[in-house]
Design a protein around this ligand. Structure first.
Ligand code: NAP
Length: 354
C-alpha cells in the first residue's frame, strides 16, 4: 500500500525541460498543489513560447519562475536549483531521426543527468531527485521479453541490447539512468526515485509537435498508415497519469527505486480499434501490414530491418503492479487516452476533422 502524500509548499521544486510534452503536465500537476516551480528552459527570453506555462500558473494556486539551462553545460542548473526541495529531471532529447546519435542523443542525455545530479550534490536543500527514465532503459526490442527472468518487463530488467546503430534513443536512456544510479548511490543526502514510462500518449497541456508521441498519434489517424499498420506491441501510459506518478514519486515518503509506468500492454492494432468508435471517419488503418513487406520497405519509412525483425509480431508485456501498490496510481482506460489525444489534434487543426 502507498502511504499518504505529504507536500510541503514552503520550498520550490525544479522541473528540467519545462517546454516538453511530458514536463508540461508535470508542471501543471505541481502548480495544482500550490508549489513554486522553477522551470528550466533553453531560452527563457522567448516569452511568447513560454506564455502557455505562465497562463497555467496564473490559473492555479502555484507559481512558476523560468531559468535558462542547457543539459550540455556544466553548472547550468545551479541558479534554478537553489533552495529547491525536489528536482524533477525530465529533459532529454526524444528524437528518432538523428545523424549523429552520440552527439544528439547519448551525450545530452548522459551529460545532462550528470550535470543535474551533480548539482543536487552541491545543493543542500535537495532531498529527492525524480528522474524521468523510460521503459527504453528496461528493454531494447520486444524480442528481449524472451530473455527476462519472469517473462515480463519489470523493474529488475535492464536494456542490454541497444547500441549507437540500433535503437540509439533507448541506449541514451539506459546510459543516463545507469549514470543517475551511480551518482545517487555515491551519496546519502538525497534519494533517487525513477519513473520508467512506456510510450506516452494523451493530450499535453498544448500541442507538442516536437515529441515522437505526437508524431505516432498523428500517423495513426491522418492516413499515413492507411495502406497497413505494423503489428507492433508496446506499452502505453497516459501523460496525465505519468504526471501523477511524478508527483507521487516526488512526495510519497517511502517511494524508492524504479517504477514501470504502463497503463495498457497495447499494440498499434489495439490502439486503432480503441479509436474506431469515436474516430471511425478519420483515415484509420484497416489492415495489418505483413511483416515481410515491412522488412522490405521499412528502411524507406525509417524502420530498420533489425527493428522489424526484432519487434514486429513479437509479444510485449510489462508488469505495472509496483506503480499501483507503491505509488497508489490508477490508470485511465486506453480509449480515453487516445480519444482525448485525437480530439486535441483535431481541435488544433493538426488533423482534419472528419
Ligand atoms: P519533448 O516534448 O521533445 O521534450 C524533451 C525536452 O527535453 C524538451 O523540453 C527539450 O527542450 C529538452 N531538451 C532536449 N535537449 C536539451 C538540451 N540539450 N538542454 C536542455 N533541454 C533539452 O519529449 P517528451 O516526450 O516530453 O520527453 C520528455 C522526457 O520523457 C524525456 O526524458 C523522454 O526520454 C521521456 N520519455 C518520453 C516518452 C514518450 O513516449 N514521450 C516515453 C518514455 C520516456 P526544448 O523544448 O528547448 O527543445
Amino acid at each position: 500500500m502507498s502511504s499518504e502524500l505529504s507536500i510541503p509548499t514552503d520550498a520550490p521544486v525544479l522541473v528540467t525541460g519545462a517546454t516538453g510534452y511530458v514536463a508540461g503536465r508535470v508542471v501543471e500537476r505541481l502548480l495544482q498543489e500550490g508549489l513554486t516551480v522553477h522551470a528550466t528552459v533553453r531560452d527563457p527570453s522567448n516569452t511568447e513560447r513560454l506564455g502557455y506555462l505562465t497562463d497555467l500558473a496564473q490559473g492555479s494556486p502555484g507559481e512558476i519562475r523560468f531559468f535558462g539551462a542547457d543539459l550540455t553545460k556544466p553548472g547550468s542548473f545551479a541558479e534554478a536549483m537553489e533552495g529547491c526541495q525536489v528536482v524533477f529531471h525530465v529533459a532529454s532529447p526524444f528524437i528518432n531521426n538523428v545523424e549523429d546519435p552520440q552527439k544528439e542523443l547519448v551525450d545530452p542525455a548522459v551529460d545532462g543527468t550528470t550535470n543535474v545530479l551533480e548539482q543536487a550534490n552541491a545543493t543542500d536543500s535537495v532531498t529527492r531527485v525524480v528522474v524521468t527514465s523510460s521503459c527504453a532503459a528496461i528493454y531494447g526490442d520486444a524480442i528481449d521479453l524472451q530473455s527476462t527472468p519472469r517473462g515480463v518487463f519489470d523493474e529488475e530488467v535492464w536494456n542490454t541490447t541497444s547500441t549507437l546503430t540500433h535503437n540509439a534513443y533507448s541506449l541514451s536512456k539506459t546510459l543516463a539512468e545507469r549514470k543517475a544510479w551511480e551518482i545517487a548511490e555515491a551519496q546519502d543526502r538525497w534519494r533517487l526515485v525513477v519513473c520508467n514510462p512506456a510510450l506516452v500518449m494523451g493530450p499535453g497541456v498544448r500541442i507538442h509537435p516536437s515529441s515522437e508521441s505526437h508524431n505516432l498519434m498523428k500517423q495513426m489517424v491522418d492516413g499515413t498508415m492507411a495502406s497497413g499498420m505494423p503489428d507492433l506491441q508496446i506499452g502505453v501510459v497516459d501523460v496525465r497519469d505519468l504526471a501523477e506518478a511524478h508527483l507521487r514519486a516526488g512526495f510519497l515518503p517511502e517511494a524508492e527505486g524504479r517504477h514501470v509506468l504502463v497503463g495498457t500492454n497495447a499494440s498499434v492494432p489495439m490502439m486503432v480499434d480503441a479509436l474506431r468508435a469515436t474516430w471511425g471517419k478519420l483515415r484509420l488503418p484497416k489492415r495489418i501490414a505483413p511483416k515481410w513487406l515491412l522488412w522490405l520497405v521499412g528502411p524507406f519509412a525509417g524502420l530498420t530491418r533489425a527493428f522489424v525483425s526484432r519487434n514486429i509480431g513479437h509479444p510485449w508485456k510489462a508488469d505495472n503492479s509496483k506503480s499501483i501498490e507503491k505509488l497508489g496510481l490508477t490508470y485511465r482506460p486506453l480509449a480515453d487516452t487516445l480519444n482525448d489525444f485525437v480530439q486535441q489534434l483535431v481541435d488544433d487543426g493538426t488533423v482534419q476533422a472528419p
